[in-house]
Write a protein that binds this ligand. Structure first.
Ligand SMILES: [Zn+2]
Length: 444
């Protein structure tokens, strides 16, 4: 996790200004009871806790580095905390304060060190939360100007590797197997809550131990989908895995059930019905150029193909991904059965949004039941969290020992003691060949 510079800024909310007065005569639609801020690597989320629903407006003042958030017919609750203010992390937001607003409205000014792309929505009450107004401020990633590249010094000729001789292929260095670890929930989404224990914390702790264990394993590079206590949208999670070319996506959760007797680990993979629906939806969305699947040498843009071929392509990938998800899940269940009870000893099927990647085997691990007192006691204990994570890691290593993706150090190590590493064809290679055949046989 990268170090974060903390700006512990105080919310300037003195009641010296007239805007703190309640609007005369007019009914106040909502009172703002508090503000919470969550910083994730790609956005800053500001959550206003309200006692009712509001109409809001966002006013961008990019020239002066401000964003105004207007809440119609609203006011600060008497109990609104004045200090300490929220922690904005290392993002572009540097401050948040109440400023003067048109009559009846409550106006917050967000101070910005860099422009952001704002988006706001309201949420109805759920669990311990009441009405909320959520403002997401997405970082705007500025590409370095092309000119900068031109100005870069040209490497000296002797720095260039000698060209391979005719007929000689330069060996590509074997790469690491990349495992994306998605700690469920986070930030304002606690997941299951039992007493003072939040599922999001258990998920993150187990995920961190799993990360440590895989980072220690030669040929493996783990990736945390969330590294701290913040929310990452369900649909965004597999996209992050894809951006990093993950070979496996593992989502970590803890279960809750009304009966306290329920116990044990369950592993889920995507159901066939949901897979069919997602495949069709991907093809229907083909005008959306970000809908890619990783394939033959490069990403495939589904919009480049006619519908029948696009559907066939996605289905080939999805079929492979689902089969691999099941196999990976079985390996993990075998290892986990040594340290905890299994609720089901086979991989279960479920319709879950985080598992829809057609090109990355994806599983969801429910580590145990928080509603079972004995299991909750274990799930919140670092020693057990570590043993559980170790077992998950053993299962993952065992899966990749059997099905090492082509081009990885793991595949090379496996193939080398025998005969020739070049002869090894991993499952990813097989599906690429199938997809390539499909593309060649079909008209464009
Ligand atoms: Zn969960």
């Amino acid at each position: 996790m990268k170090p974060i510079r903390h700006y512990q800024l105080v919310l300037a909310l003195g009641c010296a200004t007239a805007l703190c007065a309640f609007p005369e005569g007019g009914a106040t639609a909502a009172e703002v009871e508090g503000v919470r801020v969550w910083r994730s690597p790609e956005r800053t989320r500001i959550v206003f806790d309200l006692d009712g629903t509001v109409v809001h407006h966002l006013i961008r003042l990019d020239e002066i580095g401000q964003l105004l958030i207007d809440l119609e017919d609203s006011s600060l609750a008497p109990a609104f905390p004045e200090a300490p203010g929220p922690n904005f992390g290392d993002g572009p937001v540097t401050g948040l304060r109440v400023v003067e607003a048109p009559r009846g409205n409550l106006r917050f000014a967000v101070e910005l060190a860099a422009p952001v792309a704002p988006s706001g929505f309201v949420l109805p009450p759920i669990a311990q939360y009441g009405d909320r107004l959520v403002i997401d401020l997405y970082d705007i990633v500025v590409e370095p100007p092309a000119a900068a590249e031109d100005m870069a010094p040209t490497p000296a000729p002797e720095a260039i590797a000698p060209a391979p001789l005719p007929g000689e292929t330069p060996p590509a260095p074997p790469r690491d197997v990349i495992v994306a670890i998605s700690a469920g929930h986070g930030g304002e989404d606690p997941g299951a809550v039992v007493g003072r224990d939040y599922e999001k914390d258990i998920n993150l702790a187990v995920s961190r131990y799993l990360f440590e264990r895989l980072a220690d394993s030669e040929g493996f590079q783990p990736l945390m989908i969330r590294e701290g206590d913040y929310a990452v949208a369900l649909r965004r999670r597999p996209d992050i895995a894809r951006e990093h070319r993950a070979d496996l996506f593992v989502s970590i959760h803890a279960d809750a059930y009304r009966a306290s007797t329920a116990s044990g680990m369950t592993i889920y993979a995507l159901s066939g019905d949901r897979a069919d629906r997602e495949n069709a939806a991907r093809v229907a969305r083909k005008e959306n150029t970000v809908d890619l699947i990783a394939g033959v040498d490069a990403d495939l843009r589904l919009g480049d193909f006619d519908d029948d071929l696009a559907l066939a392509l996605v289905s080939v990938h999805m079929g492979w991904s689902m089969e691999q998800s099941r196999i990976a899940g079985e390996h993990i269940l075998r290892a986990a059965g040594e340290v905890t009870k299994l609720r089901r000893d086979r991989v279960q099927q479920a319709s879950l949004a985080v598992l829809i990647s057609p090109d990355i085997p994806s599983i969801l691990v429910e580590t145990g039941y928080m509603t079972n007192p004995a299991e909750l006691a274990k799930l919140t204990t670092p020693g057990f969290q570590r043993r559980l994570a170790d077992a998950l890691a053993v299962g993952i290593l065992s899966y990749f020992d059997e099905r090492a993706p082509e081009g990885t150090l793991v595949a090379w190590r496996k193939a080398n003691p025998g005969q020739n590493a070049d002869q090894y064809l991993g499952p990813a290679n097989e599906v690429d060949r199938l997809a390539a055949e499909l593309m060649e046989s079909a008209p464009r």
